[in-house]
Design a binder for this molecule. Structure first.
Ligand code: 5GP
Length: 212
């Protein structure tokens, strides 16, 4: 019966320093749970090898990004590594109104903006690497970036980590399968929260009428 009660879609934020395994976790979650849909961000950074426009990001030039920003098209935005990143207001609204949950892979700056704008619908998860060495190893293995870019990302990652206490949940990604299971558990519990079960009042009222 519980499952048939209508619920409100939620916004699940995943943040982490680059190289902590967030993208892999996000992909696994999307593949396992068809009630979760990815918010594809808009960015001005150059496309990387293997990335697909419209799937990984919507790649836009700075002029278009700034125009969209001016016209209020972004729910949140940030400048990371000198490039703009933003979440399209329209696409998040479309996902949520279709009754699905939206997964946002965004940084701490964007998370802070959403905490101010839509705290009720927001769940924030920070993914930590098991060690700084593990982070560095993963960044080095990503052959698409130059040495300078890796160094810059390492510095940025250490700063990004300093924001961990601002999140609802923190997962130390020692074991990928375990981390994915932990996020699934978080989602399950959060979906059951009373204020997200919008059909609950009707359900209880009908139940009480039948028995009076
Ligand atoms: P990358 O360039 O490696 O794909 O992403 C760099 C950083 O930008 C990551 O920490 C990622 O979470 C963040 N990011 C990606 N899209 C958005 C977005 O739409 N908004 C914000 N605030 N950060 C984003």
């Amino acid at each position: 019966m519980q499952d048939s009660i209508k619920r409100k879609g939620l916004m699940l934020v995943l943040s982490s320093p680059s190289g902590a395994g967030k993208t892999t976790i996000a992909r696994a979650l999307l593949a396992k749970d068809n009630q979760v849909q990815l918010s594809v961000s808009v960015t001005t950074r150059p496309i990387r090898k293997g990335e697909v426009h419209g799937k990984d990001y919507h790649f836009e030039n700075q002029k278009h990004f700034e125009e969209r920003l001016q016209s209020g098209g972004f729910l949140e935005h940030a400048k990371v590594f000198g490039n703009y990143y933003g979440t399209s207001k329209q696409s998040v609204e479309e996902i949520i109104t279709s009754g699905k949950d939206v997964l946002l892979d965004i940084d701490w700056q964007g998370t802070q903006q959403l905490q101010e704008k839509c705290a009720q619908d927001l769940i924030t998860v920070f993914i930590l690497p098991p060690s700084i060495q593990a982070l560095e190893d993963r960044l080095n293995r990503r052959a698409t970036d130059t040495k300078e870019v890796v160094e810059q990302r390492m510095t940025e990652s250490l700063f990004q980590i300093s924001h961990w206490p601002e999140y609802d949940y923190v997962i130390i990604n020692r074991d990928l399968d375990k981390s994915i299971k932990q996020i699934e558990l978080i989602l399950k519990a959060e979906r059951l929260k009373r204020h997200r079960q919008v059909g609950l009042v009707d359900f209880v009222n009908k139940m009480r009428k039948k028995n009076s």
